[in-house]
Design a binder for this molecule. Structure first.
Ligand code: CA
Length: 225
């Protein structure tokens, strides 16, 4: 091999090495962006038949994939949701929707069936009963049986007086709104929801639902689009 040939081979190797370093840097930067609180999905969840709180024409929709039996969802509803409600929902900037996620078996399903029945028949009462069910979740020993038809009827009676209790009782017994619950389960699968609560802001999935600063920054960014 001549000296020239060896030099040009070294140059090629050097260029390749630089190129690889740049590619690696690019990949790492992209990954960092994605772990910075969010990842963008292909679309927003279709919430056409889901309960919606706030301005229906708002530019931003916040979706909670939640489970009445899940302690983190209760905590999220107490610690984070009131801030979102005050800053974005009450001001008309964003609206809020809730999708049932059944990660805790029969009790999750029963709570979801109650919510769907009430939403179908008395949509105005939905958010009252939604809050009441989370409030009723025991602070300790939430794994013990507490979502029962009796409990749900009692909560409806005290928190949502417009509800026809006999009809609700029958709906729970007959699983009348199972198709609505199944629709929610399809969304859970479609968005590959792995934990509750999972929060989405438009098509952006939030990594840490308790990081209010990041959620609010993402909402502001969506509002500015
Ligand atoms: Ca639903």
């Amino acid at each position: 091999m001549t000296k020239n040939k060896s030099n040009s081979r070294n140059l090629v190797l050097f260029t390749l090495a630089i190129l690889i370093i740049f590619i690696l840097l690019f990949v790492v930067t992209q990954m960092t962006k994605k772990t910075d609180g969010s990842s963008t999905m292909k679309n927003k969840p279709d919430i056409a038949s889901q309960p919606l709180m706030g301005n229906k024409d708002a530019k931003v929709t916040i979706v909670e994939f939640g489970d009445y039996k899940c302690p983190s969802c209760k905590a999220w509803g107490e610690q984070i949701f009131p801030k979102l409600q005050k800053d974005y929902v009450d001001t008309g900037k964003a609206n809020f929707s809730y999708i049932n996620t059944l990660f805790h078996g029969d009790e999750s399903k029963l709570g979801a069936l109650a919510g769907e029945s009430i939403y179908a028949k008395n949509p105005d009462e939905f958010w009252n009963i939604h809050k009441a069910i989370f409030n009723a979740q025991p602070a300790v020993d939430h794994d013990s049986l507490w979502i029962t038809p009796e409990k749900l009827l009692e909560l409806a009676k005290t928190n949502a007086p417009k509800i026809d209790l006999k009809a609700l009782e029958d709906d729970l017994k007959n699983q009348s709104f199972l198709s609505q619950v199944s629709l929610d389960e399809k969304l859970v699968k479609q968005f590959n929801v792995q934990k509750t609560p999972t929060i989405m802001v438009n098509d952006v999935m939030i990594t840490n639902p308790f990081d209010y600063k990041t959620i609010s920054a993402i909402i502001d960014k969506e509002l500015g689009k």
